[in-house]
Design a protein around this ligand. Sequence first.
Ligand SMILES: Nc1nc2c(ncn2[C@@H]2O[C@H](COP(=O)(O)OP(=O)(O)OP(=O)(O)O)[C@@H](O)[C@H]2O)c(=O)[nH]1
Ligand SMILES: [Mg+2]
Ligand SMILES: [Zn+2]
Length: 356
Amino acid sequence: MKHSNLEALGWDSWFEEQARLLCDPTASVARVTAVDREQLLLLNDIGTFRAKLSGRYLYESVSTTELPCVGDWVCVLKTEDDQYGLVHGILERKTSLRRKAVGEAAKSQMIAANVDVVIIAQSCHFDFNLKRLERYLVNVQDGGATPCILLTKTDLVSAKTVAGQLDQIVKAGITAPVLTLSNVTKEGIDGLKAVLSPGKTYCLVGSSGIGKSTLINDLVGREVLETKAVSETGEGRHTTVRRELFILENGAMIIDNPGMREIGVLSAEGVVEASYSDISALSEQCRFRDCTHTSEPGCAVLKALKSGEIEAEHYGNFIKLRSESAFHQMSSVEKRKKDKNFGKLIKSVKKSLDED
Ligand SMILES: Nc1nc2c(ncn2[C@@H]2O[C@H](COP(=O)(O)OP(=O)(O)OP(=O)(O)O)[C@@H](O)[C@H]2O)c(=O)[nH]1
Ligand SMILES: [Mg+2]
Ligand SMILES: [Zn+2]
């Protein structure tokens, strides 16, 4: 296997090693740029092509809880005569962005894989929400990518409103970098472009109608994505319906996503704590190492709450997020159910493969 020009797509020696262990010697590797049901759009150093999951992969990977998603690196077999490539494995993910499926405590949904930076976008106009921002930050932290915050539509609010929002972010102890921009006046776009590095993958997430696709069109330099004004009735709100990776002129990669109405928190033990830097710093001074900061004597977090050093609302968000996080809610019943759901998914994919 030779992967001379894949570095531009994020390939490195770490993935090379994964491929050596996992891929058939006759296979090559490619990156998933979009997923349409069971059909994948792949990209390698030669170009873009379509692929499907091999039956063998599906049968053998029942223990793997994930199917390929945008950003994944896969092992694929394809001859020149084949219309579709056949994917027989996913390389281990360096990072992932997931969310908790709405309404189901322990079920996760993949958003994207092998992302370097997640750009959490909120519109200054009717969308700014600190609690939601914190939820995204927890999920980004959980998957191992780096967060960056982007406030859009600055043309629709006063400079004072933007400054107030920036101030709230800082006051909440959020240390991620924050950028602001308007797709209309283009103010701030150069600032964003300056942080997008070649060979790195960025994932743009946020609510519907905040200008994600408009921004990507601007960055790509042509209308690769449909954009639409949010309707007053709230009907048909989502303009973008699939996740898709685009390569910018400077070589940076950016993933567009459908708007998310809810972001369920899904995190391993300790991740919520880790993304609240002020609370985790205080917790070093708690009397008990496993302090939950709710009722224990000698709790430094409760002390700071009493003295007003941390705000009640901030503390409340932390407690709520932690109790919501999948780790806390996962029961053995749900774990079993999760396995069953995956089995069902495999079955439906197999069925659709058989139909082709
Ligand atoms: N005033 C103003 N309008 C904007 C800005 N950015 C985007 N819009 C408009 O907002 C509407 C929604 O933009 P989209 O780019 O489709 O939003 P999206 O985030 O991709 O939405 P989904 O695909 O549904 O998630 C469109 O009518 C855009 O023209 C901005 O910075 N300022
Ligand atoms: Mg969109
Ligand atoms: Zn404590």
